[in-house]
Design a protein around this ligand. Structure first.
Ligand code: G1P
Length: 290
């Protein structure tokens, strides 16, 4: 983990069945929280962490994501002609100039670990980040991935974002057993994917942010299907842990919204609306009436 983080992988090949029928035609990562799609929040966080290469692991149904980050000549020309400078800046600002987007396909839905492995030819031999855009993490200061990248560099170790979840929800997450180092970090002893509450070693759940060494690719290559019959990143990290002895769990500063389900997307939308001085009074008054 000697190099700073430059590359971030976004596994975005999921079907988004929880948002059908909308996701019949719209990639779930393109669902908006106010005026920005979920993928934009994820990309902004990656860029904030220092990334200049974004790797989207996608499939044939997700062209909208590539279109969104592409240059929109006609629209830009129209906005320019009409002198709409602010709107033009929004359209051009989806991807900063120094950042490139690379799209690789995951031909079959074989699991999150397999999706990450598909990014191997682009990431090569350097540490990288993974962001699952469903998990929107809002923080007024440093983004969650930047906090993690700094810790990974300082400690020369892989870093996984964690958060406590209710005990009866352990079967929705990767769960870690870790020994506390300080308020925010802990040394992982063991990780397991989606254990039943009775079998879970704790209620400390992995959320969708990882900083990993390139070695994880070789381990993923050797990982056999695990929970749900899928190739799990959690299992490869467990193997990394056995081999290197040090992977850190990190309680990020910020609020996480699970936008993979309706309640989470509503919460994120309300939260972002309350951050916006132009919207907050309207939303507050509306909620008061409800
Ligand atoms: C994935 C990971 C899981 C993690 C979760 C966080 O699961 O496999 O370990 O806790 O993301 O969102 P998924 O939600 O893709 O089933």
């Amino acid at each position: 983990m000697s190099k700073p983080l430059r590359k971030v992988v976004f596994p975005v090949a999921g079907l988004g069945t929880r948002f059908l029928p909308a996701t019949k035609a719209v990639a779930k990562e393109m669902l908006p929280v106010l005026d920005k799609p979920l993928i934009q929040y994820a990309v902004d966080e990656a860029v904030d962490a220092g990334a200049d290469t974004l790797v989207f692991v996608t499939n044939r149904y997700k062209h909208a994501i590539a279109d969104y980050f592409d240059k929109a000549y006609e629209l830009e020309a129209k906005l320019q002609e009409k002198g709409k400078a602010e709107l033009l800046a929004l359209v051009q600002g989806t991807l900063p100039r120094h950042v490139r987007a690379i799209f690789v396909t995951q031909p079959e839905a074989l699991g999150l670990g397999h999706a990450v492995l598909c990014a191997r030819p682009v990431v090569g031999d350097e540490p990288f980040g993974v962001i699952l855009p469903d998990d929107l993490i809002w923080n007024g200061g440093k983004g969650a991935l930047r906090q993690m990248a700094e810790l990974a560099e300082a400690e020369q170790a892989g870093v996984i974002a964690v958060e406590e979840v209710p005990h009866d929800q352990t079967d929705k997450y990767g769960i870690v057993d870790a020994s506390v180092i300080d308020d925010r970090s802990a040394s992982i002893r063991h990780m397991v994917e989606k254990p039943k509450p009775a079998d879970a070693p704790s209620n400390l759940a992995v959320v969708g942010r990882y900083v990993l060494p390139a070695r994880i690719f070789q381990l993923l290559d050797q990982t056999t299907p695990g929970a749900g019959g899928e190739i799990q990143i959690t299992d490869a990290i467990e193997a990394l842990l056995k081999e290197q002895g040090k992977v850190l769990a990190y309680r990020f500063e910020g609020t996480r919204f699970d936008c993979g389900n309706k309640a989470g997307l509503v919460r994120a939308t309300m939260h972002m609306a309350m951050q916006d001085p132009a919207l907050a009074p309207t939303v507050r008054a509306f909620l008061g009436n409800l």
